[in-house]
Design a protein. Structure first.
Length: 326
């Protein structure tokens, strides 16, 4: 019985239904595939609202995607310095441009506004740090082999768009669960592709961690095909997974590393050689999450190695861990 004068709170289903109606009326220029993906998210939420968990966490995620999509956006330019010694692998033909790499990404204009710490459509601190690290250490990571890159939880796509300018990169797939983030990445591809050499293949794909790998991911990474041109596994194209500030709660640990292990195992079974996963973070995970990561990676037979980043990395609280199959 509702006390007199008080209104009954709407159910999560009613909230999401209202959000869905608003989302379908917004004049946001989504590509057809992303618009369909967005509609599917809300349609699923509406059709199953009676079975939503009590905390409504999944519904809040979908609702957050909607508000992020409607928020004002701005282009931000990042510049990454080349190493001072040794060869630099930038694709730029002009030698004067090889001293640095410039990348433009589109993000939510008010990165300090309400909800900014719950969105992937901003530049999280670990992304530019990881991008700079990869630019500086690229030759030592790839050993001059051709490389296929898959960015997990790409957000605005800063890391992937940076790697598109490095030599040896054959294919880049930037993935995210948020259709709005995929839209930002697609626009980032159009904005930056004039900086790449011919032949670099850059794609986007929806990915939800912990779920079965979709056909697009398998096809884009060429996981199921052995490339005879490159001979043995040791000499083949390597698979590099990258991610920044992905482990933000205990709940994502299992699903994230399951996806990483699945990608590695498909790759290994195809005879195309094993890959590696570089995960960068800008904040301490805490004892509980660290323990959970150790348990999950051990069970999935993933080897771990914490990379040494030097004084600058330590000062900023950054860390990078490398994972591969045992």
């Amino acid at each position: 019985m509702i006390p007199s004068g008080e209104q009954e709170r709407p159910s999560w289903g009613e909230v999401i239904l209202a959000a869905y109606k608003v989302s379908t009326s917004l004049t946001i220029p989504y590509p057809a595939s992303l618009r369909q993906s967005r509609k599917m998210i809300y349609r699923d939420k509406v059709s199953n609202y009676e079975n939503v968990d009590g905390d409504g966490e999944q519904d809040l995620t979908a609702l957050g995607f909607l508000f992020d999509a409607a928020a004002a956006k701005a282009w931000v330019r990042h510049k990454f310095q080349a190493p001072t010694t040794g060869p630099f692998d930038c694709h730029a033909e002009d030698k004067d441009l090889r001293s640095s790499i410039e990348v433009e990404v589109q993000v939510i204009a008010d990165e300090d506004g309400p909800g900014a710490l719950q969105t992937g459509q901003r530049t999280w601190p670990a992304a530019p740090f990881l991008a700079q690290y990869l630019v500086e250490h690229w030759a030592g990571i790839t050993f001059d082999r051709k490389c296929e890159v898959l960015e997990l939880g790409a957000g605005c796509g800063l890391v992937g768009l940076t790697l598109a300018q490095l030599s040896g990169v054959d294919t880049i797939i930037m993935t995210d669960h948020d259709p709005g983030s995929l839209k930002l990445i697609q626009e980032g591809i159009f904005r930056n592709q004039h900086r790449w050499r011919d032949g670099v293949r850059c794609e986007i794909s929806h990915m939800e961690w912990g779920k079965e790998l979709n056909r697009q991911i398998v096809s884009l990474v060429n996981i199921e095909r052995v490339n005879a041109e490159h001979g043995s596994c040791k000499e083949g194209i390597m698979l590099l997974l990258v991610g920044s500030d992905l482990v933000y709660s205990l709940d994502v640990v299992e699903s994230l590393f399951k996806t990483v292990a699945d990608l590695f195992r498909h790759r290994d079974e195809s005879g195309r050689g094993r890959g590696q996963f570089l995960l960068c973070g800008s904040f301490a995970l805490g004892d509980e999450i660290e323990k959970r990561v150790a348990e999950v990676t051990e069970r999935l037979k993933l080897c771990t190695e914490r990379l040494i980043l030097g004084r600058e990395g330590e000062r900023r609280g950054m860390w990078i861990t490398k994972y591969n199959l045992a």
